[in-house]
Design a protein around this ligand. Structure first.
Ligand SMILES: Cc1cc2nc3c(=O)[nH]c(=O)nc-3n(C[C@H](O)[C@H](O)[C@H](O)COP(=O)(O)O)c2cc1C
Length: 225
């Protein structure tokens, strides 16, 4: 498989069904060893990564599952993933993604239980044997949250280069306190998002989803005069 950056960037997708094939610690370390070269303002490198596998992974899954049963609304949160009411074109894009994703799985608009069931798979890392959580010091500004995002993208591309699949998961953000307790996060740290990492299930319909993108001219202004 080619390792050209432009190919890796175009090939990567969010994988939402994984095989249980293990991923070696050396491989995970290698991915992070590449991602650590991500740029960050002032070279703060404001990220911390928490890798959960084996029993630690299961503990997170079980703890969150128990919490979901008693509290369907999520942990108290002052950094919602999206603005309260999205506007276009963003609202349409988000809606389109959801509809296209459920379509790949043959889940209709009215099948709320099946849709919910799929959403809950987030909290099992979609079956991936490796879970990652990305945190940063809660005192950081939105600027540093952006830099953490750049780091996360590098993790996804480094994994893709190795033939491994990922799905960044903001779903975990809604359970940041519960996850924090399960992984022993220090009180100063905030989890921004999680990630599933592993081998994609090639037979899972959901992994056939290829999300759309706006054309360059839709989001770019070339100012020459
Ligand atoms: C920071 C971040 C958080 C995300 N959170 C989730 C999530 O919780 N669950 C999920 O299924 N997909 C999640 N995604 C995947 C996005 O839906 C996906 O990146 C987007 O639709 C573009 O599709 P692609 O990644 O397949 O190219 C997330 C992506 C990013 C970058």
């Amino acid at each position: 498989m080619t390792t050209r950056f432009s190919d890796i960037a175009r090939r990567r997708i969010s994988t939402r069904a994984f095989l249980d094939t293990p991923v070696g610690k050396d491989e995970i370390r290698d991915i992070l060893d590449t991602a650590r070269w991500a740029a960050s303002g002032g070279n703060l490198q404001p990220w911390t990564v928490h890798v959960v596998t084996g029993e630690a992974r299961q503990r997170v899954i079980d703890t969150v599952r128990m919490r979901l049963e008693v509290d369907p609304f999520g942990d108290e949160n002052d950094f919602g993933a999206y603005p309260k009411s999205l506007w276009d074109p963003f609202r349409t894009r988000r809606h389109a993604l959801g509809e296209q994703m459920y379509e790949t799985m043959g889940i209709g608009r009215d099948n709320k239980p099946a849709r919910l069931n799929h959403l809950l798979k987030n909290f099992e890392f979609f079956g991936a044997p490796v879970g990652l959580f990305f945190s940063l010091d809660a005192r950081m500004n939105p600027n540093q949250w952006g830099h953490l995002g750049m780091f996360i993208m590098c993790v996804m591309l480094a994994a893709e280069e190795k033939g491994l699949a990922t799905c960044a998961q903001e779903a975990w953000m809604t359970r940041w306190k519960t996850v924090g307790a399960a992984i022993g996060l220090s009180p100063e740290e905030r989890i921004w998002c999680g990630m599933a990492l592993g081998h994609a299930d090639p037979d899972a319909a959901v992994n056939s989803l290829r999300s759309e993108r706006a054309e360059v001219d839709e989001f770019t202004r070339f100012l020459e005069h």
